[in-house]
Design a protein around this ligand. Structure first.
Ligand code: NAD
Length: 338
C-alpha cells in the first residue's frame, strides 16, 4: 500500500517536493494546500494535484477563480499518513499542534528550529534517526550542502575541524524582494547558525561558519577549509565523493567557471525546472596542504533538500530500513547522478 502524503505550503520548496513525491511508486500525493489562487494553484490543479486551502474562508476566492477546491487543511489531514510542511520559516511551528491532534506525522523544513522536531535529517548521515519518528526536520539548503560533502569525508578520512564561509544568494529567483542590488552584506552575528545546524546531524564535528549575502539568485557558494585527521592526497578526497551521487564533481577547465554555468548545465541535462539537486564541487578547485583540505562547492538552494524530504518520509514511515536503497530509489526516480 502506498504511503499517503500531503504538502502544506506550495511555494519554492513545497511544489518541488510535491513533484518528487508524485514521482515515487511507493507514495501517493493526496493533496497540496495553497493560501491564494495564484498561478501556482492553477498549475497544481492542471498537474492533477488535489488542491486544499489552508483556511476555510479562502475557499470562495479559489472557486471565484475557477479552481476546484477539495477541502481545507483539516480535511487533508484526515486523508494522509504524513505531511510535508513547507510553509515559510517559523510558520511550521504554529502548525505542529494541528498535525499532532490529527495524528499525522510531519516533516518540517530548515526555517524551523531543531527543537520543534527533535530530529534533524540528512539521508546520508542519519537516515535511521528518523526511523518511525512522528516529527523530523530536513535541514536547510546550506546545512544539507555542508553535510553532503563533509559526511563522506569524515567517514572515509576523518574530519577534525571545519571552518567555512558561505556566500549566500540574496533571494530566490522568483522572490519579489531580496538583498540589496549592489551590496555584499556580511552576517554580523558570528559565528553564524550554520555550524551549530550541521552539528544537529554531525555533533562530533567541530565547525564554525561565516556568511555573506550576495546580490545573486542562482545558488549559494561555500568556501570550505577542513582539517583532516590524516594527511591524504587530492585523489583520496575525490574518491570519498565518488560513490556519492548527490555530490556532483564539476570542472573549471571544462567551462564551469561559476554558478551561472552550473545552472545552465542543469538545463542542458534536462533537469525539471532547471534544478540541480546535487551539490556541485569543483574537482579542479581542491587543494591539500599538509592535512588541511580546501574546496569550493555550490548549492542550488531551491532543490537540494527535495530528495532528502522523500527519504525522510521513507524513514519516518518505516518503508525502507536501508538508507542506501531509499537514496537509490529516490535518485533513480528524480534523475539524480545522471
Ligand atoms: P515560499 O515562501 O516560497 O513558500 C511558502 C509557501 O507557503 C507559499 O506558497 C505560501 O503561500 C505558503 N504559506 C504561507 N503561509 C501559509 C500558511 N499559514 N499555511 C499554509 N501555507 C502558507 O517559502 P520556501 O522558500 O519554499 O520555504 C519553505 C521552507 O523551506 C522554509 O522553512 C525555508 O526556510 C525552507 N527552505 C527554503 C529554501 C529556499 O531557498 N527557498 C531552501 C531550503 C529550505
Amino acid at each position: 500500500m502506498k504511503v499517503r502524503v500531503g504538502i502544506n505550503g506550495y511555494g519554492t520548496i513545497g511544489k518541488r517536493v510535491a513533484s518528487a513525491v508524485a514521482a515515487q511508486d511507493d507514495m501517493e500525493l493526496v493533496g497540496v494546500t495553497k493560501t491564494r489562487p495564484s498561478y501556482e494553484a492553477h498549475l497544481a490543479c492542471a498537474a492533477g494535484y488535489p488542491l486544499y486551502v489552508a483556511r476555510p474562508e479562502q475557499v470562495a476566492d479559489f472557486e471565484k477563480d475557477g479552481l476546484k477546491v477539495e477541502g481545507t487543511l483539516d480535511d487533508l489531514m484526515e486523508k494522509v499518513d504524513i505531511v510535508v510542511d513547507a510553509t515559510p520559516g517559523g510558520v511550521g511551528e504554529a502548525y505542529r499542534p494541528l498535525y499532532e491532534k490529527a495524528g499525522v506525522k510531519a516533516i518540517f523544513q530548515g526555517g524551523e528550529d531543531h527543537g520543534l522536531a527533535g530530529v534533524s535529517f540528512n539521508a546520508y548521515a542519519n537516515y535511521s534517526e528518523a526511523w518511525g519518528a512522528n516529527f523530523a526536520r530536513v535541514v536547510s539548503c546550506n546545512t544539507t550542502g555542508l553535510v553532503r560533502t563533509l559526511f563522506p569525508l569524515d567517514r572515509d578520512i576523518g574530519v577534525k575541524r571545519v571552518s567555512a564561509t558561505l556566500v549566500r544568494r540574496g533571494a530566490d529567483p522568483s522572490d519579489n524582494k531580496g538583498s540589496a542590488l549592489n551590496s555584499l552584506e556580511p552576517s554580523l552575528k558570528l559565528p553564524t547558525h550554520h555550524g551549530p545546524d550541521v552539528q544537529t546531524i554531525m555533533p562530533w564535528v567541530e565547525i564554525t561558519t561565516m556568511a555573506v549575502k550576495a546580490p545573486t539568485t542562482l545558488m549559494h557558494l561555500h568556501c570550505i577549509i577542513a582539517d583532516l585527521k590524516k594527511g591524504v592526497k587530492e585523489s583520496d578526497v575525490l574518491a570519498a565523493w565518488k560513490d556519492v551521487p548527490r555530490v556532483k564533481l564539476v570542472s573549471g577547465k571544462q567551462g564551469i567557471k561559476g554558478t551561472a554555468n552550473i545552472m545552465e548545465m542543469a538545463k542542458d541535462l534536462d533537469r525539471p525546472r532547471g534544478d540541480l539537486m546535487e551539490i556541485a564541487v569543483w574537482q579542479d578547485g581542491i587543494k591539500i596542504v599538509g592535512s588541511t583540505l580546501y574546496y569550493y562547492q555550490a548549492v542550488h538552494q531551491e532543490s537540494d533538500v527535495v530528495p532528502e524530504n522523500v527519504d525522510c518520509i521513507r524513514s519516518m514511515m518505516k518503508m525502507e530500513p536501508d538508507a542506501a536503497r531509499s537514496i537509490k530509489k529516490t535518485d533513480d526516480s528524480l534523475g539524480i547522478g545522471k
